[in-house]
Design a protein around this ligand. Structure first.
Ligand SMILES: [Fe+2]
Ligand SMILES: [Fe+2]
Length: 204
């Protein structure tokens, strides 16, 4: 990973990560890191921060239930009712904690981008929006009908791409009758203002 102001030992970070998540998840994480870095280039965001958040965003994804619960209680991670009911959501919040405690990331912007990478939220920072979107569009993601448009739009209009991702995600969750986090609903409502007339022809 080339860098002018490298503050992290990425080799060390990645070899630790490789022991904590499965190979597929590791590959996905690298996809998010490089995609996030490319988006940061396109949008004048901090490339190293986007890359770092991408590498670590799913660092808490592959934990056994017991281990996850133990870590949440060790680090006093407060869980919402939604997270208690749907534990997979916890990996974002816990991932931010582990990025700080285990990987030495102190930068609040990076930690926040990890924290909100699954649900999104209204008025995301550029870095948060980049990591949220990179998670959706990285090369390893299976082909969805909406992906070609989002992958094209995102380099010139990040906010519209975030809207399109949220719309797809909410439609998908509704279709599968799965619960929807209130942050995602609030984010969708917020990002609607960046939709085109064409986008609004189909709504959640
Ligand atoms: Fe994730
Ligand atoms: Fe991910």
């Amino acid at each position: 990973m080339p860098s002018q102001n490298e503050i992290y030992d990425f080799d060390r970070m990645k070899s630790r990560l490789a022991k904590k998540i499965d190979p597929k998840r590791y590959e996905h994480s690298m996809g998010v890191a490089y995609t996030g870095a490319a988006l940061a280039m396109a949008h004048d965001a901090d490339i190293i921060k986007a890359y770092t958040a991408g590498v670590l965003h799913d660092c808490a994804k592959c934990l056994e239930d017991e281990k996850r619960e133990a870590l949440c209680s060790k680090y006093k991670v407060e869980l919402t009712d939604m997270e208690k009911k749907h534990p997979f959501l916890i990996h974002a919040k816990l991932g931010a904690v582990l990025a700080k405690e285990k990987y030495g990331v102190k930068d609040e912007e990076i930690l926040s981008a990890i924290r909100y990478h699954t649900t999104g939220k209204p008025e995301m920072t550029k870095l948060e929006a980049i990591v949220f979107s990179a998670d959706f569009i990285e090369p390893g993601r299976k082909t969805l009908e909406c992906l070609p448009l989002i992958r094209k739009v995102i380099y010139t209009d990040l906010d519209r791409a975030v809207y399109l991702i949220l719309k797809h995600t909410l439609i998908h969750l509704k279709h599968k009758r799965q619960a929807i986090d209130e942050n995602s609903v609030a984010a969708y409502e917020y990002y609607k203002r960046f939709a085109t007339k064409e986008d609004l022809k189909t709504e959640v």
